[in-house]
Structure formats: C-alpha cells, structure tokens
Design a binder for this molecule. Structure first.
Ligand code: IPE
Ligand code: IPE
Ligand code: MG
Ligand code: MG
Ligand code: MG
Length: 289
C-alpha cells in the first residue's frame, strides 16, 4: 500500500503524530550532538517538549499536493521548525511574555538559564539557515530564494515586527484591522513562508495554484492565532493582545467559522489532494492545545 493510501485510513491526529515523529528524526539529525548546556537547551525545546510541528506539517502537505518527493525536502521541514522553536523560546523570555511554562513544561529559560535560552534561540535561527543552505537535493538557485524569503518572513518587516507590535500594544486598545495585521506578521509570516517554500521547490506551480496556496496560508494563519487566543483567554493570565477580549466569544467564533470557510474554499482547486489539509482546519478549530 502506498503511503498516501495508508494515510486515508488514519485520523488527522494519527497522521499528525506520524509526521511529527518523522520531523523529530530530522531535527535529531540536524541538531548538534554534544551534551553542552547550549545544545541541551536547543534539543529540549525542539524535541523533548513535543510541539505539534504544524508548520513543517503544512509545508510537507503543500509539497505533496505539488508532487514534490517529501523525503527530499525533510531538511527544509526541520529548518522551519527550528525557526518556530527559536521564536517560542524568545517569546517566553521574561522581557517578552514572561511565561514559565511552554507546552505544560518549564520554558527554556526556566529549565536552563535566561542567557542560555536567549543564545539557544539565536543558535536555532542560525542553524535553520545553515540547514537550508546545505540541502543539496534542491537546486542552488532555489535554495538561495528560500533563504532570502525566510530571512524576509521572520525579520524586521515580518515575524519580529509582529512580535514588537504585540509588545508595544500591551495595555492599548487596538482596532480589529490592527490586531489582524499584527497576527499576519507575528504568526502568519512563518506559516506563509512554509507554504511558499513548497511553491518555490515545485517544478511548475501555476499562478492559480500559487494564489490559492497564499489564500489558504493567510486564512489558516489567522485561524491558528485566533484559536490560540481562545485557549489563552480561558487561562486569562495573558497581558498580550487577545482578539477574544476585544470581540467576545460569540463574535470570535463567527470569525473563526468564516476563516475555516475561506481556507477550505482556497483548497477546492486541489480536490482530494488537499483532504488532509482540509481536515487540519477542523482539527485546529476544535483543538484544546
Ligand atoms: C504557538 O504555536 C505560537 C503561536 C504562534 C500561537 P504552536 O501552538 O504551533 O506551538 P507548538 O510548537 O505546537 O507548541
Ligand atoms: C507567539 O504568539 C508568536 C510567536 C512566537 C512568533 P503567542 O505569544 O500568542 O504564543 P503563545 O501563546 O505564547 O504560544
Ligand atoms: Mg507572545
Ligand atoms: Mg507567548
Ligand atoms: Mg498566545
């Protein structure tokens, strides 16, 4: 039975778990092997804390839709997760969200030290670029484009700008458009990059497919960050920007349903090839972590 056929009989939770193990193996291979405090902090946050690995998952799903051999691009999947984990380590620092817990366990600076966490984050970001640059299953010109797009997505005009706007917005009343803009930056830019990387690698992606993938990424990103806000709101300890605080539960739920609808429509042109991504939308809408 081919992998695609085998996956048809699995639930989205099982598919996510399987893919997560494959991504863990790749992370294990690209992370340094020594036992220094710095390496232990990097490995703890990337592997031991067991994140959902949603961004590399989306990258691999889009890659499959575009007929890319996913085995050949696992390094790119790992690099995407390295950047995500770096962003979380820094997001939890006392000078940012000051979160003692990440995924229910001590956050990196609590488990190790603040300086180690800061440097582990920096090291993960640099490692991501190293891993992409050395991924020789992808032609050099495409690797260069992926590196350039990643740098832009997570830099001063992308994810970091979003994180800074988030910090600056504390205690302020933002307009709905301002919150959505901030979310497209802090959360959307890396998710959009994950999708774009697959489009770059694909041998021939039509303009129509590219536009649909972009639309999926934009709507998925907002769905993802707003469901995260829902989960944070019920904990009600967060000071950061939270859309539920502004709109209330009922209106937020309406917005979420509209985002699922738009993201699903964006996938229509891919028909059954996008079945797993469509199921992922319901999974995210109903998630509890
Ligand atoms: C958390 O992302 C940060 C946000 C952008 C909301 P995830 O919920 O994907 O984090 P993990 O890696 O699965 O814990
Ligand atoms: C984190 O957003 C976004 C990035 C790390 C870029 P949040 O601060 O809402 O994420 P959680 O709630 O800590 O996971
Ligand atoms: Mg934050
Ligand atoms: Mg946070
Ligand atoms: Mg949050």
């Amino acid at each position: 039975m081919k992998l695609a056929d085998k996956e048809k009989t699995l639930t989205i939770e099982q598919i996510l778990r399987n893919r997560s193990s494959a991504i863990d193996k790749e992370l294990d291979a690209v992370l340094p092997p020594d036992t220094s405090l710095l390496t232990r902090a990097m490995r703890y946050s990337c592997i031991e804390l067991k994140g959902k690995k949603l961004r590399p998952f989306i990258f691999l799903e889009i890659a499959k839709i575009l007929s890319i051999d996913t085995q050949e691009v696992m390094k790119i999947a790992a690099a995407i997760e390295l950047v995500h984990v770096y962003s979380l380590i820094h997001d939890d620092l006392p000078s940012m969200d000051n979160d003692d817990l990440r995924r229910g366990q001590p956050s990196c600076h609590k488990k190790f030290t603040e300086a180690t966490a800061l440097l582990a984050g920096n090291a993960l970001l640099s490692l991501a670029f190293e891993v992409i640059s050395e991924c020789n299953t992808i032609p050099k010109d495409k690797r260069l484009l992926i590196i350039s797009e990643l740098a832009k997505a997570v830099g001063h005009d992308g994810m970091i700008k979003g994180q800074h706007l988030d910090i600056e917005s504390q205690g302020k009343q933002l307009l709905l458009e301002e919150i959505l803009f901030l979310y497209q930056l802090k959360t959307g830019k890396l998710i959009n990059f994950a999708c774009k990387a697959a489009v770059i690698i694909a041998p021939n992606c039509s303009g129509e497919a590219r536009a649909s993938i972009d639309a999926f990424a934009d709507n998925f990103s907002l769905l993802f960050q707003i469901t995260d806000d829902m989960l944070d709101f019920t904990k009600s300890t967060d000071k950061e920007c939270n859309i539920v605080r502004m709109l209330g539960m009922k209106e937020t739920q309406k917005l979420l349903n509209a985002l699922v609808h738009k993201a699903t429509s964006a996938l229509n042109m891919f028909d059954m090839k996008a079945e797993t991504l469509t199921e992922l939308l319901s999974f995210v809408l109903n998630r509890e972590s």
